[in-house]
Design a protein around this ligand. Structure first.
Ligand SMILES: NC(=O)c1ccc[n+]([C@@H]2O[C@H](COP(=O)([O-])OP(=O)(O)OC[C@H]3O[C@@H](n4cnc5c(N)ncnc54)[C@H](OP(=O)(O)O)[C@@H]3O)[C@@H](O)[C@H]2O)c1
Length: 308
């Protein structure tokens, strides 16, 4: 049973809704909101207390692009947690390709750096008891409708993954949405590698699916934002079926994958091939690179090139 849950990026969007849903479960005694901004975190905490009627929320401040701030946050944690949801992330927008002091660009650091350090520091200090959920995306196997190609690396070597993380893989033509697919692939492969390294813990990877009501589209280029907000989301996707859903449904995928024994460690669950909503299936059934244990370990090793 998961009595305590920590969620990164919990002040808005899927992270906040996941916090709300966990708080309403009978067994939940504590929900930790891991956020980078104290004011935004306090606002979310107050709202969550009001909507759930529960006073079980705590705040930890940390920026997932800043290794030291995450380490400091873990040091401050007095008690272990049962489950961690690595939700902070996104496409990022204009600053995505900018390098952070770690050597990863902002997009990779947001989706990977702090989330990985958080889990590894918790394990090192014996503060993680049961489960980790890595948030990925259907962009990894590809979303043709949005022009995102399936991730296809030449060798999936350590060097190739490292090039994805510092952005050099994409040369001068950095397309944040396409790069996002590769970054989420690296995050996914790290989690699948960890599932083998720590069989006593559940490491599950989940895409929330195409979810309305978050701030994710705001970081996309303006023409894409316009097309998504006014054409694809309200008209095209609903007509196609299993292409879009509410915030409640997106976050429920995380809650189910952590809580329900049917969701197994070492598996990336997301929508059926070509879909962005509906039932979740094991993505390795149609994207076989995910099964390659060398690729998984290469991603894990490459990430550690950026962690001192
Ligand atoms: N929405 C979708 O359709 C969709 C689909 C597939 C996957 N996803 C994934 O789902 C996750 C949540 O996305 P969302 O749609 O809920 O996005 P969102 O509404 O933009 O929320 C992102 C959250 O991450 C936090 N965050 C960003 N940078 C951070 C940093 N450096 N340190 C700490 N926290 C940081 C944000 O905090 P601030 O408020 O401080 O910025 C916010 O709380 C992401 O990993 C995203 O890639 C979303």
């Amino acid at each position: 049973m998961n009595e305590s849950i920590l969620i990164t990026g919990a002040n808005i969007g899927l992270g906040k809704e996941t916090a709300r849903q966990f708080a309403l479960k009978k067994e939940t005694k504590k929900v930790i909101l891991f956020c980078r901004n104290r004011t935004r975190a306090e606002t979310a905490k107050k709202d969550l207390e009001q909507t759930t009627g529960k006073k079980i929320f705590e705040i930890i401040i940390g920026d997932v692009t800043d290794a030291n701030s995450v380490r400091k946050a873990v040091e401050e944690m007095k008690e272990p947690v049962d489950a961690v949801i690595l939700n902070a992330g996104g496409v990022i927008g204009k600053t995505a390709a900018r390098l952070t002091p770690s050597g990863m660009n902002v997009q990779a650091a947001t989706n990977i750096l702090g989330n990985v350090i958080l889990v590894e520091e918790l394990i090192k200090r014996d503060k993680l008891k049961r489960a980790v959920l890595t948030v990925s995306a259907e962009a990894v196997p590809g979303v043709k409708m949005l022009g995102v190609e399936r991730v296809s690396m030449k060798t999936s070597s350590v060097d190739e993954f490292a090039a994805v993380l510092n952005g050099s893989y994409f040369g001068s033509k950095f397309d944040a949405l396409q790069a996002y697919a590769y970054v989420k692939y690296a995050a996914t492969m790290w989690a699948l590698s960890m599932a083998r390294k720590y069989p006593q813990l559940k490491f599950v990877v989940v895409s929330p699916g195409n979810t309305k009501g978050t701030q994710a589209p705001d970081s996309l280029p303006l023409p894409m934002q316009f097309m998504l907000k006014f054409v694809m989301m309200p008209i095209v996707f609903p007509l196609m079926g299993e292409m879009v859903h509410t915030l409640e449904i997106g976050a429920k995928r995380f809650v189910d994958a952590i809580s329900d024994e049917r969701y197994k460690s070492g598996v990336f669950y997301a929508s059926k091939e070509g879909k962005l909503s509906g039932d979740m299936v094991d993505q390795s059934t149609f994207f076989t690179d995910l099964k390659n244990t060398s690729f998984q370990d290469n991603a894990n090793e490459a990430i550690h090139h950026f962690i001192n």
